[in-house]
Design a protein around this ligand. Structure first.
Ligand SMILES: [Zn+2]
Length: 319
């Protein structure tokens, strides 16, 4: 039974105290009920908000340990408000936007929270795409975006898979890849698309050999003109333009290459739930995945400064 607030008024009425937020986390983390990891006893007493003390052996378990909320010093009510805000906004928010709306003292906290939550947006073992699926690669970022005053950086290559549902779009999967070789493209197809599906590509050699992996392949050879690609793989190109608009609009193009993969996860999370009637359901899903996702400490979120990982910018124009 999925239990979530339907709107802001319900959210505010419900999640006003640390205890209520704690109980919600317990419910989502242990849907069959909490049991003491030492003695299996199912009876416990809450201690200092986030601890559960076993009624039989006194063993203390932390509700937040091992989740993305681990070691947080902030109130759970504030985290819940952040998650509500992030999921109730159709396009999400930048770190600056989150800092302002929550009245957070530091930009770094807002930035860190957003990155922690992005890690919870990918569900492991989620269903693969199926049916008819368009696959293509594109570059994001690049030198021509210097007009935004960002540092110059190389473009990043990503691959996109989109379910085709008649003339409409189904679900998507995206991945940042080092190159367009079969060694990069095949694992993405296998991880993202169910065998037996029809994979529609532009005939690039990196896609050759997918038949042996159980896919029906359809290659449309595309000419030199970009408009041909848009005409022949229209679904994937529509998703690419939405992605670029989102990176530029919500994040002002300030996405570092080291973190691009997580932005792709957030885009995927939002896109695949774009028709969900209740934003509360996105809130529910993100809290649920947050308690099932391993912690990501701040120093692990930082890009490796020794490697070249300049901020990249997005352009709405060329792919
Ligand atoms: Zn116990």
């Amino acid at each position: 039974m999925e239990d979530y607030p339907r709107n802001l008024a319900e959210f505010e009425r419900r999640f006003g105290t640390e205890e209520v937020c704690r109980d919600y986390l317990v419910q989502l983390r242990w849907p069959d009920g909490f049991h003491c990891p030492r003695c299996e006893c199912g009876k416990f007493w809450p201690q200092r908000i986030i601890l559960l003390q076993c009624a039989a052996c006194d063993y203390q378990s932390s509700v937040t340990a091992g989740t993305i909320f681990q070691d947080t010093h902030a109130p759970l009510t504030l985290w819940f408000r952040a998650i509500w805000y992030i999921t109730s906004q159709k396009n999400g928010t930048s770190a600056l936007g989150l800092q302002r709306i929550l009245g957070l003292g530091s930009y770094r906290t807002a930035w860190t929270w957003l990155h922690k939550l992005r890690r919870a947006m990918v569900r492991t073992g989620r269903d693969r795409l199926h049916g008819r699926v368009e696959v293509d690669e594109t570059f994001v970022g690049g030198e021509e975006d210097g007009i935004f005053g960002r540092r110059r950086g190389d473009k990043s290559l990503i691959v996109i898979a989109v379910e085709v549902e008649g003339r409409g779009l189904g679900r998507v999967r995206l991945r940042s890849i080092p190159d367009a070789s079969a060694a990069s493209l095949h694992p993405f197809v296998v991880d993202s698309i169910e065998p037996g599906s029809t994979v529609h590509t532009d005939g690039w050699q990196g896609y050759k050999g997918l038949e042996q992996k159980g896919y029906a392949c359809e290659a449309t050879v595309i000419g030199k003109q970009r408009k041909d690609a848009i005409k022949l793989l229209p679904h994937v190109h529509l998703v690419v333009s939405l992605l670029k608009r989102w990176l530029l609009g919500t994040h002002q193009g300030a996405v570092s290459r080291a973190h691009l993969a997580y932005y792709l996860d957030e885009f995927t999370f939002r896109f695949n739930r774009r028709t969900s009637k209740s934003r509360g359901k996105l809130f529910y899903r993100l809290v649920q995945q947050a308690v099932l996702t391993a912690p990501a400490p701040y120093d692990k979120l930082l890009p490796d400064r020794s490697s070249a990982s300049p901020a990249i910018s997005q352009s709405l124009g060329a792919t």
